[in-house]
Design a binder for this molecule. Structure first.
Ligand code: SAH
Length: 373
């Protein structure tokens, strides 16, 4: 295991940068206590601060009346520093889709999207400012990687969404975040440690964390095979989504350049391993691009590639209508081709869904807002 997972990873960020402010969401409960003591403050206050942050979703120090007034500012500065400021919020779907553009402490821009449905509310979060994976159809991929986000910067996007739901700011009455998908900017498995930390904070019971179910969390990856193998061993049953987009190496090398390092076969094997170890059904993401990857023969090949690893329901396919990025040569598939693609996958026994396209008009997908700033 360690031999495979300790490969030098070309996508790690440069060293020696100024780090984001340290926040209680970066730390586990014992570390929070230690941090306060290091600052000469009483350690037991860490639990109260955690309750404000994760339990009550309070961000205004004036509401933290159980903290002594004379120490409140110091406590808040120590464990709840400001991590990001909202620059813009765009709404669609009558206010049930809300996309926020955030400015981080160093000026880096990231975005998150809240999507509320009748039965659930999903936060789509960023894990990196920019992305180093360079997929040519993805807006974020065009700008390169600026930096990894910290655990707290990732978590704060979810907490901000939870606050607006709790405060009834989203149509449908007060609510909670039920799902988190790592499908905003960045490649989550290229920022592995911070992402695992964020998953732990999301799933730790309140007030240590947000108390979400791991099943409600989806980590989406281009297919960093060593990290996929490592994730399977973490003991946190998150849902894994693999952005495959092509069933053959020739095309996938172009659409998802990391494929030149990890082939389709190795990548699908790692997804299959994840399903086998965690008993969680893996999701294969496939952005449908007209005349590029939407041929009937590719549907058959995709069906075979998945089917030959097992027919015990380990996988399903999620087709994503391509959201064309400005100036790109690719467009979404013809609906008839999309239907035929679904039919052929289902004929091979692969459950297939077509993703609904919330927030199209606010560039809900794929880094377009941040890219336009
Ligand atoms: N880096 C991760 C997660 C971020 S992208 C990954 O690649 O999985 C989330 C999903 O959106 C991925 O499946 C990605 O391929 C897809 N995507 C990116 N650009 C898109 C576009 N223009 N239209 C449709 N889907 C896109």
């Amino acid at each position: 295991m360690s031999e495979r997972t300790n490969l030098p990873l070309v996508f790690d960020e440069p060293r020696g940068r100024k780090k984001p402010p340290q926040h209680l969401a970066d730390l586990d409960p014992a570390e929070r206590k230690a941090r306060l003591e290091e600052l000469g403050l009483p350690g037991f206050r860490a639990k109260q601060l955690s309750t404000h942050y994760f339990g009550r979703l309070v961000d205004d120090p004036a509401e933290m009346t159980d903290l002594p007034a004379g120490q409140r500012d110091e406590l808040v500065a120590g464990l709840l520093p400001e991590l990001m400021t909202p620059l813009r919020t765009l709404e669609a779907d009558r206010g049930t889709t809300r996309k926020t553009l955030w400015k981080l402490f160093d000026g880096a821009l990231v975005e998150s999207v809240l999507m509320r449905y009748p039965d659930r509310a999903t936060m789509c979060v960023s894990s990196q400012a920019g992305c180093g994976m360079a997929c040519p159809f993805c807006a974020t991929g065009q700008g390169g990687l600026q930096r990894n986000m910290s655990t707290a910067e990732i978590v704060e996007q979810v907490v901000a969404g939870a606050r607006s739901l709790a405060r009834g700011e989203v149509p449908g009455g007060p609510g909670r975040v039920s799902n988190v998908v790592f499908m905003g900017m960045g490649e989550p498995l290229a920022n592995y440690k911070a992402v695992i930390g964020a998953v732990r904070r999301l799933t730790d019971p309140t007030p240590d964390g947000l108390g979400m179910s791991a099943r409600g969390v989806t980590v989406s990856t281009v297919g960093l095979v060593p990290r996929m193998l490592q994730l399977a061993e973490e003991g946190i049953p998150v849902t894994l989504a693999l952005s495959l987009h092509a069933p053959d190496d020739e095309l996938r090398n172009e659409l998802v350049p990391i494929n030149t390092r990890f082939s389709v076969a190795e990548t699908v094997d790692a997804a299959w391993n994840y399903a086998k170890v965690t008993k969680r059904r893996v999701s294969i993401e496939y952005a449908m691009m007209r005349g590029i990857n939407d041929h009937a023969w590719r549907a058959d090949l995709l069906g075979d590639v998945l089917r030959e690893r097992g027919d015990w329901g380990w996988v399903h396919v999620n087709l994503i209508p391509l959201n064309p990025t400005p100036g790109s040569k690719w467009t979404a598939s013809d609906p008839a081709d999309e239907r035929e693609f679904v039919r052929r996958l289902e004929a091979k026994g692969i459950p297939t869904t077509v993703r609904d396209t919330r927030g199209r008009e606010i560039d809900g997908a794929c880094g377009q807002l941040a890219a336009s700033e």
